[in-house]
Design a protein around this ligand. Structure first.
Ligand code: NAP
Length: 576
């Protein structure tokens, strides 16, 4: 009975190396690893040993016999990946861990950012004895997009934070949370206390459309809504007007799917999760009946991934509908399909889209998500607030490079809406004193070594990993192989004597940080916050109740807060 990879696959490839028969693909050394939307188990080779289940940090692997009704599509999704034979060695080749030459003394590395990219880099460094890793984040809480990006109804995916807590529990690891590099500390100051600095700051802003009306009340980015429902401290006081019947989302990537699902889900289904309390309350009062997700290209170019769309189709309380006129693939896709040359993911997407409902009126009290295609937004309309979006209708053409592009047909369409969310991708932001490639929105780098400009020279001691290195694409686990590449370069430089010895040690760093930011939160402080959130959640039948107030977080975590939660809250009330 084979095992099956299901929706929450994070693509970190831990299962690949645990498998004794190399039946999980693509492996990190295979060319399609970076573009694959999940990993797949070959049912013909799986020996049912279960080693992959123990290795998976997000419980994505399920024995065939234990698949739930909703997980059944993943049986075909896994099996179809092996329709074409894949030549493979007996075991997946393991990437060698970077090895530090002992005679060079203890390596000290600062990592800026505390999300998945940072945690995988820390893990990779800590495989070597005697390494000290100091992780800085401007937020008072760690785990980046796992905490503030992954949707609250995807708790299996959020489970990966248990792995990050294990990484942080290793000797040699310390957090400096609530400390902003570029504000409290400069790059040069960090470098004076470490051999190297790794930037793992992600892509913390979103791309804009640059069309009229984008700044009207009622128009915002999907990532703002994501941060709000996930309790990001910067968005704790945000308010969204959910009093209208329809919301429109521009762009159809996984972020658009997450947001549409949360806006249409039954709030009772979200109540036990870690959704921010204010967001849950607002969603209970929401009058949104329909969320329309609009893409400028066609069905075969849908940016969402197969596992996420399969999961959406199975949501118990949501109808997913597609406009019948737009269910037609472009001529290139049709040709490829006819010749049996369609990629696995496009073939799966088309097949899943065909199983969505074709257009119809919303009804029987269920909310719906409508997928629309071939529409480019030209303006967001309204006088004092958003009332709708104007679109140009597109036809698809094939560019010289074979890419599918759009061309306006001259027809237009308007969609009435009270809320418009732009979801066209994240973008990195520059850090003071660190080079930045403004056109690509990343730190310029060569395989993780920071360059002094795009195509420029290596900046000694500076490295990048994750979205700020390669742009906002891939899944949580993709950051693992990305971090391995960066850490390998760093260790090579250390071994070759290319990194300067730090001028000052741990004590001087602690003193400097506390001088600049007295409310710094360390590893023990994060543990206190984590415990407080879990116990508050447990008292209300929830996984966790996130604390979003910065002052309260600092008080619980700070030296003054090292008492019981009751005494901390008492102090906080007296302070107010
Ligand atoms: P994305 O996947 O890059 O999708 C961006 C969407 O915006 C595409 O539909 C794109 O259309 C459209 N777009 C771009 N510029 C546009 C413009 N000027 N006008 C109209 N449409 C435009 O971005 P994302 O959804 O933000 O996701 C970012 C990354 O995070 C992805 O790798 C995603 O898989 C990952 N993520 C994963 C999960 C998960 O696994 N559960 C959840 C959230 C995010 P074109 O294709 O035509 O350019």
């Amino acid at each position: 009975m084979p095992h099956v990879v299901t929706q929450s696959c994070c693509s970190d490839a831990s299962c690949v190396y645990a498998c004794p028969v190399n039946c999980i693909h693509p492996t990190p050394d295979e060319p399609d690893f970076l573009t694959a939307e999940m990993l797949h188990i070959d049912p013909a080779s799986c020996v049912d040993c279960g080693a992959c289940i123990s290795a998976c940090p997000v419980d994505a692997i399920v024995p065939h016999s234990k698949l739930s009704e909703s997980q059944q599509p993943f049986l075909t999704i896994n099996a179809d990946f092996y329709k074409e034979p894949r030549p493979r060695p007996v075991l997946a080749p393991v990437m060698p861990a970077p090895e530090i030459h002992r005679d060079r003394g203890p390596l000290r590395v600062a990592i800026v950012g505390a999300g998945p990219a940072a945690m995988y880099a820390a893990d990779e460094l800590l495989t070597q004895p005697g390494v000290q890793v100091n992780v800085f984040d401007r937020l008072p809480v760690p785990h980046g997009l796992v905490r503030a990006g992954v949707a609250p109804d995807h708790q299996k995916t959020k489970q990966v934070s248990r792995l990050y807590d294990k990484i942080a529990a290793q000797p040699g690891f310390e957090y400096f949370l609530n400390v902003e590099v570029g504000e409290h500390l400069t790059h040069d100051e960090l470098l004076a206390h470490h051999h190297a600095v790794i930037y793992a700051v992600g892509a913390s802003t979103d791309r804009g459309l640059g069309i009229p009306g984008e700044d009207l009340p009622g128009s915002t980015s999907a990532t703002n809504l994501v941060a709000w429902y996930n309790g990001h401290p910067d968005h704790a006081d945000d308010r969204f007007d959910l009093s209208h019947r329809r919301a429109v989302i521009i762009g159809n990537g996984n972020v658009a799917l997450d947001v549409a699902r949360i806006l249409t889900a039954d709030p009772d289904r979200l109540a036990a999760t870690d959704i921010a309390p204010a967001a849950l309350e607002a969603l209970r009062g929401s009058r949104i009946e329909e969320v329309v997700i609009v893409a400028r290209r066609g069905i075969a170019q849908s940016a969402f991934t197969v596992p996420e769309f399969a999961g959406l189709l199975d949501a118990p309380d949501i109808d997913v509908v597609v406009h019948p006129d737009e269910m037609v693939p472009d001529p290139t896709t049709e040709l490829l399909a006819r010749d049996g040359e369609l990629s696995h993911s496009v073939a799966q997407k088309l097949s899943l889209l065909r199983s969505a409902r074709l257009d119809g009126e919303p009804g029987h009290g269920r909310r719906r998500i409508s997928l629309r295609y071939l529409l480019s937004p030209t303006a967001i309309s309204g006088d004092d607030r958003v009332t709708g979006v104007e679109f140009d209708r597109n036809a698809l053409t094939v560019g010289e490079d074979g890419g599918v592009r759009v061309e306006s047909t001259g027809e237009t369409e308007r969609l009435e809406a009270g809320l418009v969310l732009t979801s066209i991708g994240y973008r990195g932001v520059p850090i003071a004193g660190v080079p930045f490639d403004h056109s690509a929105g990343v730190i310029p780098n060569a395989d993780g070594r920071v360059l002094d400009g795009p195509g420029g020279s290596v900046l000694a001691g500076a490295y990048a990993t994750g979205w700020i290195k390669r742009g906002p694409s891939g899944f949580i686990g993709t950051n693992k192989s990305c971090a391995q590449e960066t850490v390998t370069k760093l260790v090579d430089d250390f071994n070759a004597g290319r990194l300067r010895e730090p001028r000052s040690g741990a004590k001087a760093l602690n003193r400097l940080v506390r001088e600049r930011q007295s409310a710094v939160i360390d590893r023990a402080g994060w543990k206190l916050i984590d415990e407080a959130e879990r116990s508050r959640g447990a008292a209300r039948g929830r996984i966790r109740e996130k604390i979003t107030d910065q002052a309260e977080l600092a008080l619980i975590a700070g030296p003054a807060g090292r008492g019981t939660e009751t005494t901390v809250l008492g102090r906080l009330r007296r302070r107010r």
